[in-house]
Design a protein around this ligand. Structure first.
Ligand code: ZN
Length: 203
């Protein structure tokens, strides 16, 4: 399986990192080895002094697809959830400034947390879901899927032009504002409409 991530999909987050609003979705990949095993903490890697959390809405692909039309995108996923795209922001900034690919900052071992899945039928409208992240029980990110520049179905159409989607692939749909640094012994919890879908300790 592979993990396809979308960057710069919320205007408020684009502003906080002083990025330009893109004309098309920004895509990057994480390998399967980036996934944190169930119940494990996030270990701060030695190569970064500034690891950021990015809470994101995620969907799991349930069938093979290529060149998927937007109107059929909904057939390609049944489960929706929350994930954290852990980012070595210091390293990413250095790579960006040098025009280099982001993989070392975004795709390292342990950079991908996948929370519990919900069936999308549990929601009236997946383009209107509240979600939030708490750090040590204080809300640090709080948003709604209606604020995405490109909605899930549009992303599936766009992504599948470049990458064949396979059963089990996971799409990270981008983070809203409020990203920030993690520190030793922090605890992060993610909620979708008040359901706790993830909890992780930082070590
Ligand atoms: Zn992200």
């Amino acid at each position: 399986m592979k993990i396809i991530c979308v960057g710069r999909n919320y205007v408020d987050h684009i502003k906080e990192l002083n990025n330009k609003k893109p004309k098309e979705p920004v895509l990057f990949l994480k390998p399967q080895t980036a996934i944190i095993n169930k119940g494990q903490p996030f270990f701060i890697p030695s190569f970064s002094k500034e690891i950021h959390y990015e809470l994101e809405i995620i969907v799991r692909i349930n069938r093979l697809g290529k060149f998927i039309k937007r109107k059929f995108s909904h057939k390609y996923y049944e489960e929706i959830g929350l994930g954290i795209d852990f980012t070595a922001r210091d390293l990413q900034l250095e790579l960006k400034n040098n025009g280099l690919p982001w993989e070392k900052a975004k795709a390292f071992d342990g950079s991908c947390l996948i929370g519990k899945w919900k069936n999308k039928k549990d929601f009236d409208n997946i383009d209107n879901i509240d979600f939030r992240l708490t750090k040590n029980n204080e809300i640090v990110q709080n948003s709604n899927t209606s604020l995405m520049l490109w909605k899930v179905d549009e992303l599936i159409e766009y992504i599948s032009k470049f990458f064949t989607l396979k059963t089990g692939d996971v799409i990270f749909t981008g983070t809203p504002s409020g990203v920030g640094k993690v520190q030793l012994n922090d605890n992060l919890k993610g909620y979708m409409n008040d359901h706790e879908l993830l909890s992780i300790n930082i070590k």
